[in-house]
Design a protein around this ligand. Structure first.
Ligand SMILES: CC(=O)N[C@@H](CCC[C@H](N)C(=O)O)C(=O)O
Length: 378
């Protein structure tokens, strides 16, 4: 198995080469090379787009256990100042997928040397941050040929200390929907607003008005979030902008709340077009299913509570999204948080710096847990 030093080196190499969803060419190459070096005659390695599926054939299999890691980075400029910071301009592993991949590779390298009793399917999935690799991968012939009986995955958690694993039965992560709103008016001179049709003002009203959906349309005992993460408009202080493009994401705990919010985003956009006498187009991007932990999570919770190597915390639901929800919609399993102690800078922060000590903790806990699950079946 990888030793601590190899884990650190692997993580740092991956950290330097973040790539966006379905562009993970270097990442895939790196992973394939690392897997090839494991040189085991009971591994079957197949690629699916920029992802990889590795089947570890068990010696006396009664089940197939799936373990998934995501492999893509984010469109962000890293500001950590670390010596192994991203070498790809405008790209960063700011959501821990470099950790996730390193952990998956390390666990795989262990089973490449110690043949498991059951089959293990390692899923290196592209495009979690968007446009979403899980859904098409799940439906691919390749995945279906080796579909696991149950599967699980982890996500780093900056708010928990190293050594902590946290999860809960049922809903863990929210339903998500990306949307883009394009407003088109008439540009002009800053001194003559009455002759133009200002899309900065229209977009500002849109952004403010949609916040009232959460405050006034969602049952206070339910929950929703609407975040506009990007606005693009205008060229100069004295030119009235003829267009504004906004991008946002909706998060809800229920599918009903999701439909309601989406409906109101459309209505408000139409209202803005009417009152500002402009054109509007609402475009929907990827929509992820909630992450729902099946009863299988109980075995992980019990095992983690009993283990002296980790500290188990019952976690709250989170408004983060994860396309692993598509796998869990069809296959029993669960997701859990892994503490990486980056309190000042969280996920999607240009300065997030998770503690690498969490990697061996996760690797050993995963191997112990998988071994325990395989022993139960004998
Ligand atoms: C764990 C995490 O941060 N996941 C992402 C998933 C992206 C969902 C999609 N691109 C969207 O923005 O709706 C997250 O932002 O929660």
């Amino acid at each position: 198995m990888y030793d601590k030093e190899q884990m650190r080196e692997t993580r740092r190499t991956l950290h330097k080469i973040p790539e966006l969803g379905f562009e993970e060419v270097k990442t895939q190459r790196f992973l394939l090379d690392a897997i090839a070096k494991m040189d085991s005659d009971y591994l079957t390695v197949e690629t699916w787009r920029t992802g990889i599926l590795v089947l570890v054939r068990g010696s006396n299999a009664g089940q197939t256990i799936g373990y998934r890691t995501d492999i893509d980075g984010l469109p962000m400029e890293e500001e950590t100042g670390l010596p192994f910071a991203s070498e790809h301009e405008g790209r960063m592993h700011a959501c821990g997928h470099d950790f996730h991949m390193t952990i998956a590779l390390s666990v795989l390298s262990y089973y490449a040397k110690h043949q498991p009793k059951d089959h293990l399917l390692f899923v290196f999935q592209p495009a979690e941050e968007g446009p979403g690799g899980a859904e098409p991968m799940l439906h691919s012939e390749l995945f279906q040929q080796n579909a696991p009986d149950w599967m699980f995955a982890l996500h780093i958690a900056p708010n928990y200390p190293v050594g902590t694993v946290a999860t809960r039965p049922g809903l863990l992560f929210a339903n998500t929907a990306e949307f883009m709103v394009h407003l088109r008016g008439r540009g002009g001179h800053a001194a003559y607003p009455h002759l133009a049709n200002d899309m900065v003002v229209a977009a500002s009203h849109f952004v403010t008005q949609i916040q009232s959906v959460v405050a006034r349309r969602i049952d206070p005992l339910d929950s929703a979030v609407i975040t506009i993460g990007k606005i693009e408009s205008g060229k100069k202080e004295n030119i009235i902008a003829e267009k504004a493009d906004t991008e946002g994401t909706i998060r809800t705990l229920s599918q009903e709340a999701m439909s309601l919010v989406q409906d109101h985003v459309k209505k408000i956009a139409a209202g803005i077009a009417e009152s500002f006498d402009c054109e509007v187009e609402v475009e929907w991007g990827s929509q992820y299913k909630q992450v729902w932990n099946s009863e299988k999570v109980e075995s992980f919770i019990a095992f983690s509570e009993w283990s002296t190597d980790v500290n188990f915390e019952p976690s709250e639901m989170a408004m983060t999204g994860e396309d692993f929800g598509f796998f869990l919609d069809k296959i029993p399993g669960f997701m859990f948080w892994l503490g990486v102690d980056s309190q000042d800078h969280g996920l999607h922060d240009t300065k997030v710096n998770p503690n690498e000590e969490a990697i061996p903790v996760a690797v050993h806990h995963l191997i112990d847990y998988i071994d325990h699950e395989m022993e139960k079946e004998t």
